[in-house]
Every structure is written in structure tokens, then in C-alpha cells.
Design a protein around this ligand. Structure first.
Ligand SMILES: NC(=O)c1ccc[n+]([C@@H]2O[C@H](COP(=O)([O-])OP(=O)(O)OC[C@H]3O[C@@H](n4cnc5c(N)ncnc54)[C@H](O)[C@@H]3O)[C@@H](O)[C@H]2O)c1
Length: 182
């Protein structure tokens, strides 16, 4: 996505889940590169994502969709809300991107979308991009669903989407202590 070192200068970026661990580092990095960043956060919501996108004020050209119910154990304790947040939250962003013809969209999936291929004789680890997605727990299933829907919007509606399936990220400011166990 980054073609040159000035690529992000002046870009107008929406980041969902702006107070999260990864998003906060991303926001800092993008601002340092001269991007104009607008972020949504869960608990202080003066305006909706749709208003941000459609409003003439922001003219978003890039979306990083990072918001999620991101803790495996929390998702297992509240399957309905985790699935709704992770799947329909992503559909919301995909629809906004489709309707408003947003030129760049990144959807965060997870390596957990692959499930556990360690004991699979045909598809074993390390993961390959064309491996089947599996949901072996509620969080992973919700990310796999969002991942597939992002592919659908890319294929059917030609929304320019990148899906990132990263493994566990670590660094300063990660307050999600239960995740350290996985
Ligand atoms: N950190 C990792 O190791 C890792 C690995 C793979 C994928 N991911 C994915 O990357 C993304 C970011 O992960 P993270 O580690 O920063 O998680 P995080 O929990 O620190 O950040 C997610 C943020 O989203 C916010 N949020 C949840 N629902 C929201 C909503 N409806 N509207 C607005 N904000 C909402 C939460 O309050 C939280 O601040 C997530 O989608 C996660 O599933 C993370």
C-alpha cells in the first residue's frame, strides 16, 4: 500500500477502535507521516462512523478497521455480542466502503482464522494463505467470518480491500493481559 515515503502525507484516514493497542501505535505512526487521522472509539461516540465517512468534513480515503472484541476468553463468555461486534461491525465498514467508494480498506483478520493446522496432514503449519479458514473458538470464528465477508466485498463489489491475518502482536501499551496466555 505504501509506495513512497511521502505516501501517507495528507491522506485522510479512518481508524476504528482507535483506543486499542495496535490502533494507537498505527495512529501515532500515521500522524508522524503527515496523515490526517479520524478514529472511532467504543465508549465516547459523539458521531457515528457513517457520519464520519459521509460528512464533507473528513473525506476519508483510507480505512483501517481494527475495532473488535479481541479477547478469546471474553468472546467465549459472550458469543452473541462478540459475533455481532466482529462480524456486523465489519459488514458495517464494508458497506460504508462500498457505498462511498473508499479507495483503500484494511480489514484485520487473524492467524486464528486458520484454526489449528498443526495436526493436519494436508494443511500443516506454517500457515499458507490458501489454507481453509476454520473457527475453533468464538473469537476465531468471528474473525474468519469477517475475513470471508471482506473477500466477498472485494470479489463481488470490487472494493479495494486488504485482509491482514497477523499472529500475536506484542509491544508497549498492550493492556489485554489475558491474551498473553495464548
Ligand atoms: N494484538 C494481536 O495480537 C492481534 C493479532 C491478530 C489480529 N488482531 C486483530 O487486530 C485488531 C486490533 O487488535 P488489538 O490487539 O489492538 O485489540 P484491542 O482490544 O487492543 O483493540 C480493539 C479496540 O476496539 C475497540 N472496540 C471494540 N468494539 C468496538 C466498536 N464497536 N466500536 C469502536 N471500537 C470498538 C475496543 O474498545 C478496543 O479498544 C483486532 O481486530 C484484533 O482482532 C490482533
Amino acid at each position: 500500500m505504501e509506495k513512497d515515503k511521502n505516501f501517507w502525507f495528507g491522506k485522510r484516514v479512518l481508524i476504528t477502535g482507535g483506543d486499542g493497542f495496535v490502533a494507537s501505535h498505527l495512529i501515532k505512526s500515521l500522524i508522524n507521516k503527515g496523515a490526517v487521522v479520524v478514529a472511532t472509539v467504543l465508549y465516547k461516540k459523539p458521531i457515528s462512523t457513517l457520519e464520519i465517512i459521509r460528512g464533507k468534513r473528513h473525506q476519508i480515503d483510507t480505512i483501517f478497521h481494527l475495532s473488535a472484541s479481541s479477547i478469546v476468553s471474553d468472546a467465549a463468555n459472550s458469543p452473541f455480542s462478540a459475533i455481532e461486534n466482529n462480524v456486523m461491525g465489519t459488514v458495517n465498514i464494508l458497506e460504508i466502503a462500498r457505498i462511498n467508494k473508499i479507495p483503500r480498506v484494511l480489514i484485520t483478520s487473524s492467524d486464528k482464522s486458520y484454526g489449528d493446522h498443526a495436526t493436519d496432514s494436508l494443511e500443516n503449519i506454517p500457515y499458507k494463505e490458501n489454507y481453509a479458514l476454520r473457527g475453533l473458538d468464538v473469537y476465531s470464528a468471528s474473525k474468519a467470518c469477517a475475513d470471508v465477508l471482506a473477500q466477498t466485498y472485494s470479489y463481488q463489489f470490487k472494493v479495494p480491500i486488504i485482509v491482514a491475518r497477523s499472529c500475536n502482536i506484542f509491544g508497549p501499551g498492550d493492556l489485554n493481559f489475558p491474551r498473553k496466555m495464548f
